[in-house]
Ligand binder design. Structure first.
Ligand SMILES: NC(=O)c1ccc[n+]([C@@H]2O[C@H](COP(=O)([O-])OP(=O)(O)OC[C@H]3O[C@@H](n4cnc5c(N)ncnc54)[C@H](OP(=O)(O)O)[C@@H]3O)[C@@H](O)[C@H]2O)c1
Length: 267
């Protein structure tokens, strides 16, 4: 690997495996130094050592995103380390069993990571980058944000939350020099499936993307300045039509009177 001039530091949550670890490799090749966050210190250190050997500065930040103090430690790093120019909000969990068969505590933990920690860290990055007038925030959502009929409602809703949150933040920070991207992968061959109770080998292989292809496509979308990158969608016009359909609703989403079809006959 060459060591191009530094692009600053990229902080990656969930940098110990899957999508996050491939981003670590690709961002290092692009000239970023790295801070890798995750729960498993051994895996983080092994990946860090590999990337250091290739010529980049890499540190690790072990912690559990269901633990408020650990989240605050990453938040502080994002807020105060002015070398951080890119924040990859990637850590996530997926409970993939039907809700009526799911363990309620596991659903809670998933929401703590996918929603609570995700939000706190994205807001910290938004504040820091807004203040500096530059920076890149990448939020890893999912294609199921658009498909409530796939997987289960809590995972999908957490990913829909992440998409909606990202779109709102893009509007809030428009023109402030901060690039914000939501990435919506379909199924990607990582450990998340086995961890969630449904090994990826059980899926039809024509819907499963190799993790390297997923990350390279997401970075191509970032380079193209896309606000929302749907990795496997052949025709971006389909997404544009979806956005346009929502805009049609917009002027009538809040009015002083109910729609005619809800008029109550009081006579
Ligand atoms: N794979 C897919 O099909 C797919 C599709 C769409 C979106 N996504 C999204 O992509 C993101 C990355 O997932 P992946 O597929 O790469 O799965 P993965 O290989 O299981 O990686 C998940 C990462 O999140 C970290 N993480 C999980 N719980 C954590 C916690 N409580 N505290 C700290 N770190 C935690 C893990 O760290 P440790 O291992 O150190 O605990 C790991 O590095 C997730 O947000 C996921 O929802 C995945």
């Amino acid at each position: 690997m060459n060591s191009p001039q530094t692009q600053g530091t990229a902080l990656i949550t969930g940098g110990s495996s899957g999508i996050g670890s491939v981003y670590a490799d690709r961002l290092a090749r692009r000239g970023y130094d790295l801070v890798l966050a995750g729960r498993d210190p051994q895996r983080l250190e092994a990946l860090a050592a590999k990337l250091r050997a290739a010529g980049r500065k890499v540190s690790t930040l072990a912690g559990d995103l269901t633990d408020r103090d650990d989240v605050k430690a990453i938040e502080q790093r994002v807020l105060t380390d002015t070398s951080i120019t890119l924040f990859l909000n990637n850590a996530g969990q997926a409970v993939l069993t039907p809700l009526v068969e799911s363990d309620a505590d596991k659903l809670d933990h998933m929401l703590e990571v996918n929603v609570m920690a995700f939000t706190r860290l994205a807001v910290a990055a938004a504040k820091a980058f807004n203040q500096r007038g530059r920076g890149t925030l990448i939020n890893i959502s999912s294609a199921v944000a658009l498909a409530p009929d796939m997987l289960n409602g809590v995972y999908n809703a957490s990913k829909a939350y992440e998409l909606s949150f990202t779109q709102a933040l893009q509007i809030e920070l428009a023109g402030k020099g901060v690039q914000i991207q939501a990435v919506l992968p379909g199924a990607v061959a990582t450990e998340i499936w086995a961890r969630g109770g449904r090994p990826v080998e059980q899926l039809p292989q024509e819907i499963v993307m190799p993790v390297e292809s997923a990350v390279d496509a997401a970075l191509a979308g970032l380079d193209q300045g896309e606000p929302v990158t749907i990795l496997s969608l052949p025709d971006i016009g389909n997404w544009d039509a979806f956005v346009a359909a929502r805009k049609v609703l917009r002027p009538n989403l809040s009015r002083a009177r109910p729609a005619e079809r809800y008029s109550v006959n009081t006579h």
